[in-house]
Design a protein around this ligand. Structure first.
Ligand code: IFM
Length: 609
């Protein structure tokens, strides 16, 4: 049967001898959606059937008088169409034609097509943890769900709960760019491109939103489906301007990992330049500090509307340098492509200089006395949350306390500085990472499902393998074991994709600073073997880790350079390379230093408070 709920208004219902079609429009956004089905019952048994329909559903009921050894087979075909696919009036016809086509092809052909698609997916994405069936089950469950959740037509994206529940009303967040895109970029890049394409297709709405808030450039919505801002509570919504930086950051990683300059020149650059414009308009120069960004909310939603959120500032700096570099490279190496974008958005040379200037003067809050990076300008002025007297049932805090009772404390819902340590890792020394991780790990409630995977990766990097393991187990089993007790509202898609990151970036130790792929693996003592593949440009690299060492094999593509710990390796087709594994931490630090040396960026001024 086909069911419908309140947000849908019925426009058309048709029920045939074996078929049924419903067309609705969504109450608020007026999108049309069609669902058509047909049943193909095959049996030699005597049977009766009758259609049923109400205002909200259509179905066919069968009664089979089954004899022993007389088989019964029911093939059911269902198709969905949306007004994104074609004009609203045409989609019912399209859906019915697609059904006929599916039935003509038959189940075997459809299953074969599906199998081919999934074989390819697993070939690129599977991760093996030897002799650990429970973990293996969770990895595959998580990655399969991420795939199921992902819109792949450039017009849809990944809902925070996938399509499995009504939590967050189906909205898309930065979860896509920071948690899911790494997985796709390094395994199935054509899907990463589609997800970025979605952001390009909603650039007009982002421009419109920037105008609405009296800014230049483009401001992407914190939560959305159709590209318009849907946040109800701006302090933990629109004020998370870092969404803009996250999108550009993910795009940059995609372009560096794939070399897809066509995307960059035709679509990416336009987004990038509009976002850079936005930053210049949002920030301002402050005497004694530099370029500051005030009144924002960083990833930690338990602290809102602050000045100079470290994560935001570092990501903005990254965006601005990148924007200036791409603009200059395009101008000299691809002048036609550059002229097309520059003309379309009225870009001047002066703006490019301004981006670079703001980036080099971007304010990075730092407390030299304590060797700590404050989450923002006022974070260290706040009192500590009284963890000792907070009973377990009081978590997540946001469901038990008024927001204002939370905002005045040093307390984290999810990684903020710690996420900066991961995404902007090449800027920090290992000592800084460990010291700052220690500080912020103690403040983290883990109230957000986006927490444990990032904590796990950074814990692994700084050498806390046991802690990393604990966080990883929570990540891996979150939905299968309903650890947060809220899976009834839907799965946690970001965490599921984060599970891949915990293994590949965490225990696999992969980093991609400035397009250089490096590995500093560290295997938890309880595992015998961890193996995964990553795709970089046209190469598919297998990474196979045991307690003896790690083997890198080029499975597809031409010669590829990678860095193992501190050593540069040139992988040749069919010539596996084996290396022993160094102590955690030491090698990662050297790799970060090498990455920074390879493409030095202007010195980032750190300011004492
Ligand atoms: O995007 C996240 C946010 O960071 C924390 N609250 C839940 C959102 C959706 O997953």
């Amino acid at each position: 049967g086909l069911l419908t709920g309140d947000p849908l208004v019925l426009r058309k219902k048709r029920i045939g001898e074996r078929t049924g079609t419903l067309r609705h429009i969504t109450r608020n956004t007026k999108s049309s959606v069609v669902c058509s089905m047909t049943n193909d019952l095959r049996t030699e048994n005597r049977c009766t059937q009758w259609p049923e329909s109400t205002l909200t559903h259509v179905s066919h009921r069968y009664q089979v008088y089954a004899e022993p050894d007389v088989p019964v087979a029911l093939n059911k075909y269902v198709v969905y169409f949306h007004s994104y696919d074609a004009e609203s009036k045409r989609i019912s016809g399209l859906a019915e034609r697609e059904l006929t086509r599916a039935e003509e092809e038959g189940p075997e052909a459809l299953i074969a097509e599906q199998r081919f698609y999934l074989d390819e997916f697993w070939h690129n994405s599977d991760i093996r943890i030897e002799e650990h069936p429970m973990l293996q089950q969770s990895l595959r469950f998580n990655l399969f769900h991420v795939l199921q959740a992902t819109g792949r037509n450039g017009r849809t994206n990944i809902g925070a709960k996938g399509l499995t529940g009504e939590g967050y009303e189906g909205h898309y967040f930065w979860d896509t760019e920071i948690y899911a895109l790494p997985f796709y970029t390094y395994t199935t890049p054509f899907i990463a491109r589609r997800l970025l394409q979605y952001r390009y297709n909603t650039l007009p709405q982002a421009r419109e939103r920037a105008r609405e808030l009296r800014h230049r450039g483009a401001l992407y919505p914190w939560r959305t489906i159709n590209g318009e801002e849907a946040s109800a509570y701006f302090p933990a919504g629109t004020a998370q301007y870092h969404i803009n930086a996250d999108i550009v950051f993910a795009m940059r990683k995609y372009v560096e990992a794939t070399g897809d300059l066509v995307f960059l020149h035709r679509q990416g650059a336009e987004m990038l330049f509009e976002v850079a414009r936005f930053w210049l308009d949002l920030g301002c120069y402050v005497e004694g500090k530099g370029f500051c960004i005030n009144m924002v909310t960083g990833p930690n939603e338990y602290t809102v509307l602050v000045s100079n959120n470290l994560f935001t500032n570092l990501m903005v700096q990254d965006n601005l340098f990148y924007a200036a570099r791409v603009a200059r490279r395009m101008r000299s190496n691809h002048p036609d492509a550059f002229a097309a974008v520059a003309q379309k958005i009225g870009l001047s040379d002066r703006e490019i200089d301004d981006w670079e200037q703001a980036a080099s003067r971007l304010y990075v809050p730092y407390d030299p006395g304590r060797g700590l990076y404050p989450q923002d300008d006022s974070f260290f002025d706040k009192d500590f949350w009284d963890f000792k007297n907070t009973e377990p049932y009081k978590y997540p805090l946001l469901l038990q306390y008024h927001p204002l009772s939370i905002y005045r404390y040093q307390v984290c819902k999810q990684p903020d500085v710690v996420l900066a340590l991961l995404l902007q890792g090449w800027r920090f020394s290992m000592e800084e990472k460990r010291h700052n991780f220690d500080y912020y790990d103690a403040l983290n409630t883990g109230d957000s499902s986006l927490s444990s995977c990032v904590q796990s990766i950074v814990a692994a990097e700084v050498g806390y393998i046991e802690r990393a393991y604990e966080y990883f187990m929570k990540t891996a089993r979150m939905d299968l074991d309903d650890i947060n007790g809220n899976v009834k509202d839907g799965i946690h898609a970001a965490n599921m994709a984060g599970c891949w990151m915990s293994l590949v970036f965490g225990f696999g130790g992969m980093r991609d600073y400035h397009g250089v792929i490096s590995f500093n693996p560290r295997l938890p003592s309880r595992w015998r073997r961890l193996a995964f593949n990553v795709r970089v440009h046209d190469s598919l690299i297998s990474v196979d880790l045991t307690h003896h060492g790690v083997t890198y094999t080029l499975l597809e593509g031409g010669v590829r350079r990678i860095v193992h710990e501190t050593e540069e390796i040139e992988l040749q087709p069919s010539e596996p390379v084996f290396r022993t594994v160094d102590l955690p931490g030491r090698a990662a630090q050297k790799a970060a230093a090498r990455a920074a040396a390879r493409e030095p960026l202007p010195e980032v001024a750190r300011h004492g408070q």
